[in-house]
Design a protein around this ligand. Sequence first.
Ligand code: SDX
Length: 432
Amino acid sequence: MEKPSFELLNPATGTKSELPVRSGSIGPDCLDISALSKDQGVFTFDPAFSVTASCESKITFIDGDAGVLLYRGYPVEQLAARSSFMEVAYLLIYGELPSNTQLTAYRTSITRHTMINESLLRFTNGFHHNAHPMAMVSAVVASMAAFYYDSMDIHNPRHREIFSHRIVAKLPTIAAAAHKHALGQPFVYPRNDLAYCANLLNMFFAVPCEPYQVDPVAAQALDLLFMLHADHEQNASTSTVRLAGSTGANPYAAISAGVSALWGPAHGGANEAVLDMLEQIGTADQIPKYLDMAKDKSSHFKLMGFGHRVYKNFDPRAKIIREACHRVLAKLGRTDNPLFELALRLEEIALKDEYFVSRKLYPNVDFYSGVIYSALGIPRSMYTVMFAIARTVGWVAHWMEMISDPAMRIGRPRQLYTGPTQRDYLDVAKRS
Ligand code: SDX
């Protein structure tokens, strides 16, 4: 059913505009303002894109009030309980759940693309030993364009597919290379007999001088976290990938831009910051002091892992990860985990506090994930890299969706200019 348009009256000129209403399959309608500038000579003003849909997408849906997250229509809870990261990757990128044959072929292709060029390893080893891995990963990903130049025609669907397999396959290898470089240990080559997350753990923790057995509990926990982090519609890093990609830049450049955007503590960098914060708080009796700091606008301190632009209810991923923390810590024999206990207590106290209740600030995906990463032995500086590995799937899905749309145009926001009006240049001798 066609919805009635909104009518806009310009009081200065008396000109009327019809703003068509566009409906998605679910979710709020959107006012189509694309003709507004031509009709009325005005722009819209929406800093931080609070109410602006930047694109049409069929990939992921969030209902922030109800705490719902769907990947291609499938609830994240069902996928987390019954699927795998490789299957979710296929679903997000190709649009449908794979058949058995398709999944096997996809897994095989990803496995066969896990090696990286030895020159990329030398590049990684050129960083200072204490370089942050996010800086290394974004640089190495950008440099992949120099290695795979032969298959980077963004208008060639086969090239796009090869890129998508390469980037998903190689990200864990790049992350592991950064990790081993920081430790000063030899790089461990990928193993094609291991599944995606087991191979990642092996590359991280194996050493050449003794056998290493991947703990299946650890691999399964990582697989779950990766499924939950795989996509989240038009978040800051995904929007960055789309904007960079809309220029026609090569896809490695676009993904590298996404990695850089993800690093910020307001976004994916929060998982590392949560553990820093919990350590800073130290003991439960200190919680009120830190909550007061979080409420004080002049303190710059925020409760990391809390709040979300879209969720005004529990982030469904945080609920699943909190549950998983109990399970994984028990299975790994790490039930005595003071930081997890502190996180639970902090959540309990914050959710009763009027400031957090009235602003609908709940734990987000980053609040509990670090507890699991730390139990798996992954160093704190690597937490956001883990997020980036999982989110690469979402970035790829969005980049592919955008590039394959014949109506794609370069992204170019407008502005409300508040600087000086035109003035004449003064020679330096005449300036006061
Ligand atoms: C991710 O967008 C995505 O989908 C991201 C993500 C994904 O999967 O891609 O879900 C991943 O980035 C999760 C978010 C990780 N970041 C953090 O945990 C950092 C801490 N949280 C925030 O800084 C903040 O909540 C954001 C960045 C997540 C959201 O910022 P918004 O949308 O600008 O916040 P808001 O406008 O909704 O805030 C409303 C009010 C404000 O106070 P008032 O001006 O109304 O008095 O709540 C306050 C904010 O100051 N507030 C907080 C707070 N978060 C919001 N106060 C204290 N501590 C906090 N964490």
